[in-house]
Design a binder for this molecule. Sequence first.
Ligand code: GDP
Ligand code: IMO
Ligand code: MG
Length: 430
Amino acid sequence: MKIDVLLGLQWGDEGKGKIVDVLTPDYDIIARFQGGPNAGHTIIFDGKKFILHTIPSGIFSSTSQNVVGNGVILDPFIMQKELNNLDTNNIPARDRLFISRKAHLITPSHRLLDAAYEKAKGKEKIGSTLKGIGPAYTDKVARLGLRIGDIHETGFREKFDKIRDMHMRIIESFGFNPGDFELDDMSFSDYESAWFEALGIFDDLHMVNSEYFINNALAEGKKVLAEGAQGSMLDIDFGTYPFVTSSNTICAGVCAGLGVSPQKIGEVFGVFKAYCTRVGSGPFPSELLDENGDLIRETGREFGSTTGRPRRCGWLDLVALNYAIMLNGVTKLFMMKTDVLSPFTELDVCTSYSIGGELTREIPFDLCSEKIEPVYTTLPGWNRNIDSLENNKQIPDTLNDYISYIEKNTGIPIKIVSIGPDRTQTLFRK
Ligand code: GDP
Ligand code: IMO
Ligand code: MG
């Protein structure tokens, strides 16, 4: 069998969690391959809402196994909170979870360092979720990181102290000290104590060599879905650098983050919103700083799942979407939050960028320093409530025209149209 991949094509928060949960009954294994608790994946069913940060979105199905792959970085304190919440709701997550021994740990001083770097940047800050993502991946690449499998090895505490001291020296070199920052409303030393206590969660979880776990499952004919975090425009190599996250969010990240070969990649499901959002700083060519942007934010409840920050909103950007489709080899598109555009009588779609009077359909080298004017095509809106449509036949013609326009301009079929946050508000197209 091949491994299917589901990932975000924009700046994150496309609705990946919802769709992974919808597709989970078709899969034996759901596996996260990159990112960490900077992710916030929302799943809503039976009147209940869950936001997952580290745990894959297949956790609600009794028939699926959920893998946290080697490419993920994990904060045990945050994961413990997620597990406790699932316990409270009688979801037996511990039985369904399998953690790679090679996944790296985010330590409390990684989080301090994240906060110090952001504070030192002042106005230039990335708008990080402050979960320690950048510093933890930095230490992984610098070959200083601590992996889950190291926890019970001799010398773990010495290694931990060594990198902690190194981080403290960097923090002091910025003129800060640990007392300047709070971590989840706790002092650094309280957080550190809670973090060490949370390491106990690994005693109750299945630890695996996930590269064998996944490849053996594929060899046995099991169906595996890789669940992306963030989005392609936040990719460390191809996103709007430096306003990006610190991992490869694109399809190539699946090979390195789970240990599967490129020949094993099957379908690539690209998830996008019918418009665009971005949370944090950085370029966003089709951003709307007017009442239309406010209307999208209010209708779509566009506030961050991880940080609660208001998301910046704008029209659909086909230049960025086609770039992401190219980078990922997308085979099927899933359009999310379509219902959010219902109040509009007209919809703009960005089809090219004008840079210094020249038109282009390519993302320039540096989106940050170029002065980009988005060029729009205006399409009619459907301008009616669609959140309780039951099948494709009920889709208004104007919405079908919007779908066809995107399909024509990307060359990829839209197979799912999401019309609300609940599991059931999902239309499948042939
Ligand atoms: P993810 O990070 O890609 O999983 O997305 P988030 O969960 O951060 O953000 C998506 C938000 O939109 C969540 O609040 C979802 O409950 C919600 N959502 C998902 N699909 C739809 C949809 O089709 N319509 C509406 N109105 N909300 C949706
Ligand atoms: P999901 O998986 C949206 C953004 C942050 C910031 C930048 C770097 O829910 O789609 P980091 O904490 O990684 O150092 O932040 O990336 N960011 C996200 N934006 N959705 C996410 O994840 C994000 N994860 C990180 O806002 O701009
Ligand atoms: Mg999110």
